[in-house]
Write a protein that binds this ligand. Structure first.
Ligand code: HMG
Ligand code: MG
Length: 302
């Protein structure tokens, strides 16, 4: 009934660190990426090419992309909300280009305005040339869909809004999409309805779950998605993060906790949990706090 393997994108270096108030040196971010790939992660969301005025923590994007030592078979992705961001992402030599870019829209109009300063329709107009330029250069295109179950400004979001956004994303050549619960308010049935709406436009292999854990529902939501056959997920090592334009929202579900659950279910991830826990302990120590992962805590204090 459940998939036999799962692929995880660790979004810690991007989604996790974008919200940090304290400066995090580029070398620390680079070292985190290295530790994640050494732990067996095959996909890492490294940084974002957004306005440094909006998200100062990601201002070192080019330095981080330059500094990482690539491992064959690992996919490195970055966020690019517009052509300016895309051009910056490919300004470096080809070997420093991302393998995949992410355009990010929202199922909620209010969140779209707060996060990327434009309406949903306008965002799609901005993303279309980005998707086209990326594909022309052989770079994969992913679409993140925020607020697919709830919005900090509009409250509950109905599945038809997710259907609408997924259709627009498909129409501009986005190859796969993330169903994101940005503020972690979702519960299993609601998340399943958002995924169902997405599946009207994308195949099961091209839909991933991106669950923030604000209300402690993310693992349950992950299981609910697995039940539908979803086998791609995004999570954040040590449960880092949150979105700067989603006040009070905490980080993504901890990758450690997801991996512990999946391995316990006999589902393959290719990830070494002990090394992943070390990666989470490393970044947490650099930030001066404990990893926000129950599995990490339990295993480290055993
Ligand atoms: P804007 O102000 O509408 O853009 O911002 P603009 O085109 O009018 O440009 C204004 C200024 O920004 C100009 O600079 C541009 O050069 C500059 P100025 O002349 O004032 O000095 N600019 C840029 N600089 C660097 N890189 C760029 C870029 N574009 C314009 N790409 C924009 C639009 C999208 C840029 C802005 O709103 C922004 O950067 N927002 C930040 C959004 C963000 O990073 N949010 C967090 C990530 S999304 C997330 O976390 C959710 C997710 O995890 C899924 C989930 O959980 O829901 C993915
Ligand atoms: Mg997120």
């Amino acid at each position: 009934k459940y998939p036999t393997k799962v692929r995880i994108v660790d979004v810690g270096p991007r989604d996790g660190l974008q919200n940090e108030k304290q400066p995090v040196p580029a070398e620390v971010k680079i070292s985190l990426v290295h530790r994640l790939q050494d732990a067996g992660l095959k996909e890492i969301e490294v940084t974002s090419f957004v306005s440094p005025k909006w998200v100062p923590q990601m201002a070192d994007n080019a330095e981080v992309m330059h500094g990482i030592r690539r491992q064959p078979g690992v996919r490195y992705s970055v966020l690019t909300p517009n052509m300016k961001g895309f051009e910056a992402a490919i300004a470096a030599p080809r070997e420093e280009w991302p393998d995949e870019i992410v355009v990010f829209g929202a199922a909620s109009e209010a969140f779209s305005q707060k996060n990327i300063n434009c309406s949903i329709a306008e965002s799609i107009e901005r993303f279309a040339p980005v998707a086209e330029a990326a594909r022309a250069k052989g770079i994969q295109v992913r679409g993140a869909m925020s607020c697919t179950v709830g919005c900090p400004y509009e409250g509950d979001i109905s599945p038809d809004k997710v259907d609408y956004l997924a259709r627009l994303m498909k129409g501009i050549g986005v190859q796969r999409v993330d169903v994101a619960d940005t503020i972690g308010v979702g519960t299993p049935r609601k998340v399943q309805r958002a995924i169902e709406a997405t599946l009207a436009h994308f195949g099961i292999d091209d839909v991933s779950g991106h669950f923030h854990d604000t209300y402690g529902q993310a693992l349950a939501n992950t299981l609910a998605a697995l039940e539908m056959g979803v086998w791609n997920f995004q999570s954040s090592v040590a449960g880092l993060g949150g979105c700067p334009y989603a006040k009070g929202a905490t980080g993504n579900v901890a990758t450690e906790d997801v991996v512990y659950m999946l391995h316990g279910m006999g589902i393959e991830t290719g990830i070494d949990l002990d090394r992943l826990i070390d990666a989470g302990a490393y970044i947490s120590e650099a930030l001066g706090r404990e990893p926000n992962s129950r599995a990490s805590k339990a295993i480290r204090t055993k």
